[in-house]
Design a protein around this ligand. Sequence first.
Ligand code: PEP
Length: 256
Amino acid sequence: MNKALRKVVIAGNWKMNKTPAEAKELIAAIAPLVKDADCEVVACTPFVDLTSAQEAAAGTNIQIGAENCHWEVSGAYTGEISAQMLTSMGVNIVIIGHSERRQYFGETDVTVQKRVRAALDAGLTVILCVGETLEQREQGITSELVAMQTKIALGGVTEEELKRIIIAYEPVWAIGTGKTATAEQANEVCHTIRECIASVYSQAAADGITIQYGGSMNAGNAAELLAQPDVDGGLIGGASLKPNDFATIVKAATEG
Ligand code: PEP
């Protein structure tokens, strides 16, 4: 399948940045810069910013997403937010399994799978993050590791549901470090993930799924990364907080 037929998605991951008032300002600054985008544009914000970001994004082509959700609908899970809580406020996309959740908050492949299940059941689209640490890359186990993360996270997900999954390949060593994977490295692993989808589902599913690269993507390196045949967009951390840089990445995606 021609890459041009896949959905290209540029998503910002704001992490733990911006107050609600600042979120409104940031969306207002980004909106005019990306209004002609030929790809999907998403900003995933902290939970407390969702409403103000949605207000600022109303009438624009920016979708507002969340950065995580819990697997239960409700209950004694202090500090967590359910998928239903997100959909009740009009959110329809959520990041699951970000490496910072895995690294700092004990997220495992199994809890990622549970969160993916809950998000899909609630009707959300999921940006599922997978990726290897530097140690794992140096051990030569990147392909196996990323395929395993993908398979476990998607356990029980049907081919129909897969249409609401976007996979973000994010090498842990490249996130927030300024070290970007080379375009070849990014493409190679995105291709491996696509082959994994073909083996578990079908070639059609593999051809249709959007696979992003994430890890220090910025205004300077985006064009080369996004031009790769298996890279269908980006998950952007630091640069998503800078309107001009984020807009440059969105433009590069359109041209990639
Ligand atoms: C991320 O948080 O998903 C990410 C890719 O961060 P950064 O772009 O800052 O490396």
